[in-house]
Design a binder for this molecule. Structure first.
Ligand SMILES: Cc1cc2nc3c(=O)[nH]c(=O)nc-3n(C[C@H](O)[C@H](O)[C@H](O)COP(=O)(O)OP(=O)(O)OC[C@H]3O[C@@H](n4cnc5c(N)ncnc54)[C@H](O)[C@@H]3O)c2cc1C
Length: 468
């Protein structure tokens, strides 16, 4: 991996600040298009911000505001994900979604949403009566009025995708600097000199993909902010794997003005998810879990799928959306300073990332920025964690299973800490392999994992005992 100072180029074409899903997709796009790229991430590993905890839905954009930049980026991101996913070994669960009305008011809103979907180019939506809906999802609770089906809403692995994007960038020449916070910078009319916690880095173009810190980075680099990030917390309850059989579709509510609402869906890892909430807060870092809110989520989940009441909860988590005072994405070109802000990628960044990256790359033409696309880029494959696909534990030579709950093999852990995008922390190993993330939450495998990773992580595991 390119994390050593001595051979680093003196001047990069593009410096991308932020290793969330958007930064990873940007690094891939610019690298494949022939630029020399460095991605700067302040945390010990990538995916430490908004991209750490989401619902894992590959949205079609059926409910995006028609004509918005968000709608355009989702449509393009969705298309490209399906085009490239097999070459990068990324999964897709083609389950479709049901948008379900439970009240008269919600029922009245359905035709408008169907119309909106059609205007967004998602023309294959199917209005369904209550009986038709129940035939598709027999486990739904009482009070169901009607729904419409969005056949191409899918589930994906929210962590494998950004890892794959950045891995492809790195094996094709991009640089990654972790533990590297951008603290300031100057543009001399031709190039930037960024001040970072790892020294200065020069680049012709800077792209701000700092997610929850996007406005702060703008202030540091261009001395102004055009939006203010207002983190919007989403808490989730994750049910144990047997609950996944209760729903075959993604079960969506009729969306509200500020949120898509509480979703019930499977995950790529074979669990069932209920969430997220939408709670505005000041804190950009901590997404505290609140027992009463989580109980309310479980109660809502059990109203939607009554049989959920008999199932165990495996985990709870929360993520923070980089929301702003605006509904649409805040992508702004500062052509006089070779600078682009990619901010406010609130609720749909996993789906839109590849499309957003293409859009931003196109904007950079304004800088007279041009490079020759790589003729034959390498296509590395990431590990497959999706329950509906063949996993490593089913293949020979895997060294045996380390984490029995999630069936993570010794080979998978080894690859996670040695590959070209090696994990920098336990959190990074978890996001690459799901080790310790199952039913026992690491009770049985933590000691083994600590032994395997000793002296090999930038942030060492706290100890050999339970509680990772
Ligand atoms: C609860 C929830 C559910 C969601 N569900 C879905 C879904 O189902 N489908 C979907 O498509 N999207 C979903 N999303 C949205 C998606 O997760 C976000 O849009 C996306 O993660 C935003 O990514 P980002 O790269 O813009 O920001 P981030 O992930 O926050 O990345 C920014 C990175 O920049 C780094 N950084 C910040 N400042 C600096 C600095 N000065 N120097 C260096 N590094 C810096 C941070 O450490 C961070 O790693 C959901 C989001 C949440 C929170």
């Amino acid at each position: 991996m390119h994390e050593v100072d001595i051979t680093q180029p003196d001047l990069f074409d593009v410096a991308i600040v932020g290793g969330g899903v958007i930064g990873c997709a940007l690094a891939r796009r610019f690298t494949l298009d022939g630029a020399t790229v460095v991605l700067l991430e302040k945390a010990p590993d990538i995916l430490d911000g908004a991209s750490k905890g989401n619902s894992g839905i590959l949205h079609t954009g059926f409910d995006a505001p028609p004509g918005s930049l968000e709608a355009a980026c989702i449509a393009e991101g969705y298309r490209e994900y399906l085009e490239i996913r097999e070459r990068l070994n990324l999964p897709v669960i083609r389950c479709g979604a049901l948008v379900i009305a439970w009240t008269d008011e919600e029922t009245a809103a359905l035709p408008g949403l169907v119309d909106q979907a059609i205007r967004n180019g998602v023309a294959d939506v199917e209005p369904l009566t209550a009986a038709e809906t129940r035939r598709l999802e027999p486990g739904l609770g009482a009070g169901l009025r009607a729904s419409f089906r969005v056949p191409r809403e899918y589930l994906i692995d929210p962590w494998a995708a950004p890892h794959a994007y950045l891995l492809q960038a790195i094996v094709n020449g991009a640089w990654l600097r972790r533990g590297c916070e951008v603290t300031g910078g100057d543009f001399d009319g031709t190039a930037w000199r960024l001040a970072t916690t790892l020294g200065s880095i020069r680049a012709r173009v800077v792209v701000n993909a700092a997610g929850l810190y996007g406005d702060i980075l703008d202030e540091r680099l261009i001395g102004r902010r055009d939006f203010t990030i207002r983190p919007r917390k989403g808490q989730f309850v994750v049910y144990d794997k047997p609950a996944a059989s209760l729903a075959s579709h993604i079960l969506l509510p009729v969306p509200g003005k500020t949120t898509k609402g509480i979703v019930v869906c499977r995950t790529a890892y074979g669990n069932l998810l209920v969430g997220p909430t939408a709670e505005d807060q000041e804190d950009r870092r901590e997404a505290a879990l609140e027992p009463e809110t989580l109980r309310a989520l479980s109660r809502r989940g059990e109203e939607i799928l009554p049989a959920l009441a008999g199932h165990d909860v495996t985990a709870i988590y929360a993520g923070l959306r980089p929301a702003t005072e605006f509904k649409d994405y805040q992508i702004r070109l500062h052509a006089d300073r070779n600078y682009v802000t990619v901010g406010g990628i609130r609720s749909t960044g996993l789906s839109s990332a590849l499309g957003t990256a293409r859009h931003v790359h196109g904007l950079c033409a304004a800088f007279g920025f041009s490079a020759t696309p790589l003729a034959e880029p390498a296509w590395p494959m990431v590990g497959m964690m999706c329950e509906t696909e063949q996993r490593d534990w089913q293949r020979p030579g895997n060294g045996g299973i380390v984490c029995h709950c999630e069936r993570v093999t010794r080979r998978e852990v080894e690859e996670a800490i040695t590959g070209p995008l090696a994990a920098g922390s336990l959190a990074g190993v978890k996001r690459r392999t799901r080790v310790t993330m199952g039913r026992c939450q690491g009770f049985y495998c933590t000691a083994d994992l600590a032994a395997m990773t000793r002296d090999r992580l930038v942030v060492p595991m706290a100890g050999g005992g339970h509680g990772a």
